[in-house]
Ligand binder design. Sequence first.
Ligand code: IMP
Length: 184
Amino acid sequence: MNQYLPDKVNINGEQFRVYLTEEEIQQRNKQLGQQISQDFKDKQPIFIGVLNGAFIFLADLMRYVTIPCEVDFLKLSSYGDEKVSSGQVHDLKNIDADIKGRHVILVEDIVDTGLSMNYLHKKLSQFAPDSLSIATMLHKHEATHHDVKIKYTGFKIPNLFVLGYGLDYAQEGRNLAQIYILEE
Ligand code: IMP
């Protein structure tokens, strides 16, 4: 398979360089998949992916999970075409699954301020799941000021804009197989 793996990319006049390689990402996905398989043995968890950004991470992560599991998606408003959060969040699509009494793993591409995950944790808790854990591929830990308890983190990263592997800049770059960071 020929994946899209340039060393540098230029989007909207901004230059990005490789930050996490395909191999590093997949190695970490494998570790997380194994950990989740152990933690939820005999529990048949349901993964809930946050669209659009989490679709690639979730697809890869799930294939390292070796226990029975299910999947559903929801969608939140995004950054739009900006590189900073609007500070507002609203629903664009809700889940279809009934999660009452279920073990839910909420899967996000990146936790930045923590606003989205804080909001979603409160929202999904209302449906009375048996457990509700958060998994994120990336965590801009220095930028997080909302209360969020992340159980599974792929990588902690500095507070810089990133794209690729599902993450976009003005809707571009999601198809990059690696994660790229803005050149300062
Ligand atoms: P939060 O609500 O501030 O934690 O932001 C979470 C959402 O912002 C993520 O799901 C992404 O859609 C978006 N986001 C945050 N940082 C980045 C980034 O560096 N690149 C692309 N999207 C980002």
